[in-house]
Design a protein. Structure first.
Length: 140
């Protein structure tokens, strides 16, 4: 995995996802975010880091749109406008729960790195998604 930080867009797979959202027609962007979340949330077998990384990035995009949310201005996040994604909060929580499950490659890779910053950031994203009406801190 090409990762350079713990943030949602700090890896190759999430950066590619952000680019794909920019390349998509505006009417397709919400469905692409929903599909990335559903792919992880509904995954029954071992979850590859590709799907997990895309789901984390998609969840972060929703957090940005919550009241008080601040867009992550990292270079690799989508630059084109996104529609309102906040209706996907529940799906994003399910996807993040799947990303941190025992049979998730991304969780394993971060556990092997010896740091817990990634897990803390995922827990923060999940808490913000699950707590309606709460102020939102910047992502990442």
């Amino acid at each position: 995995m090409g990762a350079w930080g713990v943030g949602p867009f700090d890896n190759d797979m999430a950066a590619d996802f952000g680019g794909a959202l920019d390349d998509a027609e505006p009417a397709e962007r919400a469905e692409r975010v929903r599909a990335a979340l559903a792919e992880a949330a509904d995954h029954q077998d071992y979850l590859d880091s590709y799907e997990a990384s895309r789901a984390v990035a998609a969840a972060a995009l929703i957090v940005e749109q919550l009241p008080g949310g601040t867009p992550d201005n990292r270079h690799y996040r989508p630059k084109e406008p996104l529609p309102d994604l906040t209706a996907l909060r529940g799906l994003a929580v399910r996807a993040l729960d799947r990303v941190v499950a025992d049979d998730s490659e991304l969780r394993e890779l971060w556990a092997e790195s010896g740091g817990d910053d990634w897990a803390v950031d995922i827990a923060r994203l999940r808490a913000l998604l699950a707590a309606p009406g709460q102020p939102v801190a910047p992502v990442g």
